[in-house]
Design a protein. Structure first.
Length: 301
């Protein structure tokens, strides 16, 4: 049985893509099971509910020598501790190639698209005769719209726009109502503790010799987090100590104005506790490259 999963602190693209990839493998006669590596956030719950699909179970146990398939990531740092000891059979991703290595030649599809789900849709259409159900179309559509912030992110490509139109047709969803509901769920922070908030969408990276955790909270207005900032930063500092991180960087992004502010833990290498990044929306395409360059320059100084 192939275990299919995405990165820790799963977002909608990771969870939905794991479900779709497992279906795709099963349709090829390759037994597979989708898993998640963390709790489901409000936006993902919204998508699963619209699709009428149950959340995949939590991945537990040691992966040593087990067959796995990765979606939406290729960094060992973003997976379970035992991932390096597993047998990685395949990767479907839309991020930079990371630190993952494989025992045998693996099936790898990586393209600079707006979501992993977009690439999966292409693979299903091109590589198989699998019939896509309305529920599967809803999962892929939700993942695509989540990662591209309803096709407004700079990561959005013409392929994403075309695929979104095709998936709206297959899913038979009302475009305006679905997008409105998804964005409301994406920015819903109600009832979350500071620790939960800073980890709801956090990814580990090894940058310029440093162990960095780069998290993002998407809001409809910066006022949603203004009063919480002292608690969020305290939670970041605590996690840095507990996890021996060199740096915890938290991006708070206003998806309406497409502006971001990055806050740093106290062990920051920067001169300020926060830096404003006007016009930046995407962690993958904008903030991560900016942070990588900034850290490399500071390490050389």
């Amino acid at each position: 049985m192939i275990s299919v999963f995405g990165h820790l602190n799963p977002d909608s693209d990771t969870v939905c893509s794991a479900l779709i990839a497992a279906d795709w493998l099963n349709a090829q006669g390759r037994p597979a099971q989708a898993f998640r590596l963390g709790e489901i956030n409000p936006e993902t719950r919204f998508i699963l509910q619209k699709a009428g699909v149950e959340a995949p179970p939590l991945l537990e146990g040691n992966l040593a020598d087990k067959e796995v398939w990765l979606v939406d990531f290729s960094e060992f740092e973003q997976g379970p501790p035992s991932l390096p000891h597993s047998n990685i059979l395949g990767i479907v991703d839309h991020h930079r190639l990371g630190t993952v290595t494989t025992r045998i030649p693996a099936e790898v599809w990586v393209q600079p698209l707006g979501s992993c789900a977009t690439l999966l849709w292409q693979l299903i259409a091109r590589e198989s005769d699998q019939v896509v159900s309305a529920a599967q179309a809803t999962l892929m559509l939700g993942a695509l719209l989540s990662d591209t912030v309803a096709l407004t992110s700079p990561t959005t490509t013409p392929v994403d726009v075309k695929v979104a139109d095709e998936l709206f047709t297959l899913s038979q969803l009302d475009r305006e109502a679905f997008i409105s509901g998804l964005l409301a769920a994406k920015t819903d922070l109600a009832g979350m503790s500071p620790k939960t908030l800073i980890n709801k969408d956090a990814k580990n990276y090894h940058i310029a010799g440093l162990d960095v955790l780069l998290a993002q909270i998407e809001v409809s207005s910066f006022t949603q987090t203004d009063a919480l900032l002292p608690q969020l930063i305290a939670a970041m500092d605590s996690q840095c100590s507990e996890s021996a991180l060199d740096l915890f960087a938290l991006i708070i992004t206003d998806i309406r104005t497409k502006n971001s502010v990055v806050y740093f833990s106290q062990n920051t290498l920067f001169d300020s506790v926060s830096i404003s990044l006007p016009g930046m929306l995407s962690r993958k395409k904008e903030v991560l490259p900016w942070l990588t360059t900034a850290l490399e320059q500071r390490q050389k100084a």
